[in-house]
Design a binder for this molecule. Structure first.
Ligand code: UN1
Length: 498
């Protein structure tokens, strides 16, 4: 019998009111069930929001350093349970063991960053334009935060959202992806173990169409944070626009790595293999386009294809595997559909492009690392997010053309350039229109203490990670203190001329 999981609302583990459940299965072996989860709807969400609203009153009064200490404790527990979390991640989400440890580590880093923020939750102080008066700002929580997280970083991304929200004094309702509910449950278990008061963290499992929409519709949710597709992001923004909820969106990417003629060829190949096929290409930051200057093109493609072909596909919990499965059958179909699109568009398939079913991979959603050459700007495989191990190689003549191709998509998350020419590297940093750029490194590998997010259709201007995540979850309060003992009138009593 599969293990039965519950929602966590107001400090209690509870079933969905409907009594219905859904399954989470293993992408590497679809015959195996990870667990059964409550298929919740609006009633469950409303109850969770009520619990969060009730808990907010006390939680926001707890000194921020104390809230930070609780998050530090979460980090400590995650350190102790890192292997256990990573193993579950290989089973439920399918990324390979090394990457699963990395995902968990990103959550640990985010917890310790939040712990530190508890001692530097600074506002600003300013002199007034009048005498005997001063101005100060404070950071205040918003209220209840609705967090909608994806499956591809099933620990890191919920922590990116939850920990800054909690440290800032908000209470939260988390709706994790229905593809990775056991990992979200594990994270909440850890939060409970750390000793958070009831109602501060609430977990509601279920589909976006009911649970996600109920979060958007609930008038007591003050801020929504979502990571996922641009299509869903647009829907969320339009619903939240009507009720003037703050909303932070991390959406699609079509990230490119440029390699100029003077670059270190082996280093560039290492980078693109990791960027394109790490996590089976299922990162928002994955390298899905490789833009090669013509002088380096043939030699690099030869090395790349050889290496891509020899990558070991296998069970993600097997330490020897380089590439695990993709998340589910519909994702597999979408990816293989793009392989057909690429062929029909006239691109040349150099390797991969099919479902891999050898050995013990027969019950999983494995895709052989795929490389297309002869890809032209404007082709669908060059423009659209595929979210799988498919790389499009585009040949260009010059640095300028490389930048134009890199920028010629609707997204702007991550990017990379390999060159030894310092001047061109800086020029690229200036000209590239993305939120993140790497020089001589792949498009993946963002660190928790720096802003994370993108331009154009990748988001709506917010940045997760680092100090900027805290801007999403706080209101600024400006306070003027007048110690003159008389009525002083700004702009009227004193006119300051230049
Ligand atoms: C994502 O793909 O949504 O930079 C997040 C990286 C990771 C985070 C990716 N640290 O690839």
């Amino acid at each position: 019998m599969a293990e039965k999981f519950k929602n966590y609302i107001g400090g209690k583990w509870v079933d969905a009111k409907s009594g219905k459940t859904f399954e989470s299965r293993m992408p590497a072996d679809w015959s195996k069930i990870v667990g059964l989860f409550p298929k919740s709807n609006k009633d469950d969400v409303d109850e969770a929001v009520n619990a969060a609203k009730k808990a907010f009153k006390e939680w926001k009064r707890m000194p921020v350093a104390k809230r930070g200490a609780l998050l530090g404790k979460v980090g400590d527990i995650m350190v102790k349970r890192k292997e256990e979390i990573a193993l579950l991640m290989t089973q439920e989400m399918g990324k390979i063991m090394k990457e699963a440890r990395g995902d968990t580590q990103e959550g640990i880093d985010t917890a310790y960053y939040a712990f530190g923020e508890g001692r530097r939750f600074f506002g600003k102080t300013s002199p007034s334009e009048l005498q005997n008066k001063v101005a100060i700002t404070f950071l205040c929580p918003i209220g209840v935060a609705g967090l909608i997280s994806p499956w591809n970083f099933p620990i890191a991304i919920p922590t990116w959202k939850m920990f800054p929200a909690l440290l800032s004094g908000n209470t939260v309702v988390l709706k994790p992806s229905s593809d990775t509910p056991a990992l979200a449950s594990k994270l909440v278990e850890i939060i409970i173990e750390a000793g958070f008061p009831a109602g501060v963290v609430n977990l509601v499992h279920g589909p976006g169409s009911t649970v996600g929409n109920a979060i958007l519709d609930n008038k007591d949710i003050g801020v929504v944070s979502f990571t996922g597709s641009s299509e869903v992001g647009r829907h969320i923004a339009s619903v939240c626009g009507k009720t003037l909820k703050r909303v932070s969106l991390e959406l699609g990417g079509k990230n490119a790595q440029i390699v100029l003629d003077d670059a270190d060829i082996d280093l560039s190949v290492e980078g693109v293999l990791f960027g394109a096929f790490g996590t089976a290409g299922q990162r928002c930051t994955a390298t899905s386009r490789l833009i090669l200057q013509e002088g380096i093109h043939d030699k690099l493609v030869e090395k790349l294809v050889k290496r891509a072909e020899s990558m070991k596909i296998g069970k993600p919990w097997d330490e020897a595997s380089d590439v695990g499965p993709v998340i589910n059958e519909s994702s597999l179909k979408k990816i293989l559909g793009y392989v057909d699109i690429g062929k029909n568009e006239g691109a040349k398939l150099m390797c991969g492009g099919y479902r891999y079913t050898e050995g013990d991979c027969k019950n999983g959603w494995f895709v052989k690392p795929t490389v297309f050459t002869g890809v032209k700007p404007g082709m669908r495989i060059e423009q659209e997010e595929i979210f799988g191990p498919v790389l499009s190689v585009i040949k260009v003549k010059s640095f300028e053309e490389a930048i134009d191709v890199l920028n010629g998509v609707e997204y702007g998350l991550s990017s990379s350039i390999y060159t030894k020419d310092l001047n061109l590297a800086f020029k690229a940093v200036e000209e590239i229109d993305t939120g993140i750029t790497y020089v001589n490194g792949p498009t993946i590998g963002a660190e928790c203490h720096m802003p994370f997010g993108g331009t154009k259709n990748t988001g709506n201007g917010h940045r997760e990670g680092g100090w900027t995540a805290y801007e999403i979850f706080t209101e600024q309060k400006t306070v003027y203190i007048d110690y003159s003992g008389k009525l002083q009138k700004a702009q009227i009593d004193v006119t300051i001329e230049k």
